[in-house]
Every structure is written in C-alpha cells, then in structure tokens.
Design a protein. Structure first.
Length: 161
C-alpha cells in the first residue's frame, strides 16, 4: 500500500512537472497533519513524521475547506507556513494542494511545490492533482485505518520513487 502511495506522489510530480511533493495524513486524534511521504530536494528524513497543526499552512486550509488551492506567490499569502522553509533552508516558489477524501472525510493532503519549468501552477495542474487525489483516496483510507506511528517513530521508507 505504501508503495502505491509513493507511486501516486511520483506520478503527480511527473504529470504536473514539479520538483517537490508531500503526502500529509490527517491525525484526527491530535488534529495535526503528518508528513508521511516526500519527494524532491528536501531529504525525506528532514520531514518524515513531522507534524503541523491543521490550523497552519496551506495544507491546513485545504483540510478545513475540503478543496484544492493554487498559491503562486506563497510569501504574500497569509496561509503560507514559512517556518518549514526557514528550518529546511528551502524556497517555496509555488504551491498546489488538494485534499484526499475517503469515506466522505478528509484523510490528508497532497501538496505539490515548485514547477520544474519555473512556470506557475494553473487550473489544468489543479484538475490533474484532483484526479490523483480521488484515485488515491481509497488507498489512503485503507492505510489510515491503521494507527499512525508516534511522532518519534521512524517509518520503514519515506522517500517516494
């Protein structure tokens, strides 16, 4: 199951032509989003199992509003959670994020960052990500029926691709 979700993340980056992506799973007990899979320039171990509140960031907004969003100027967007960029010495140029819904509830967020060609995300990219999220909803539903590991418990593999 984990490998299938890694494939979804890889497909999202290839299809949308983006450098970086993350799959965040909603931990309903703590009301936090957990970085489960990553792909791109930030080492997986830097983000693996990191938790952020659903009240923070673009991903948190996606969970609360149950809809996708495009943010092509994150530094000017009040939803942007810049702390991760600072901590990871990373530059977020653009964000495309969509909810993963299964069993009629938000299970997580698929977040795509920084198009490879330097262009901005557009409605086509948003539509493609929405399709991938719908396809992965049932996979994530099956995966999240198991308990999330504790915040300090390492995953078996967190790098996509």
């Amino acid at each position: 199951m984990h490998e299938l979700l890694s494939d979804v993340l890889e497909t999202a980056c290839t299809t949308i032509r983006a450098n970086d992506a993350s799959l965040l799973v909603l931990d309903e007990d703590s009301n936090e989003l957990v970085f489960v899979l990553t792909r791109g320039s930030v080492p997986a171990e830097s983000l693996a199992w990191r938790r952020i509140s659903v009240h923070e960031g673009v991903a948190g907004w996606v969970v609360k509003n149950r809809r996708s969003t495009v943010v092509n100027n994150p530094q000017a967007d009040e939803r942007f959670y810049s702390q991760l960029d600072v901590e990871l010495q990373f530059k977020t140029e653009s964000i495309l994020a969509a909810p993963i819904i299964g069993d009629n509830r938000v299970l997580g967020v698929l977040e795509i960052l920084n198009k490879t060609d330097g262009e901005l995300f557009n409605t086509y990219d948003e539509m493609m990500l929405g399709l991938l999220c719908r396809l992965s909803g049932e996979l994530l539903y099956a995966l999240t029926r198991r308990s999330l590991p504790a915040a300090n418990e390492p995953p078996p593999n967190t790098t996509a691709g």
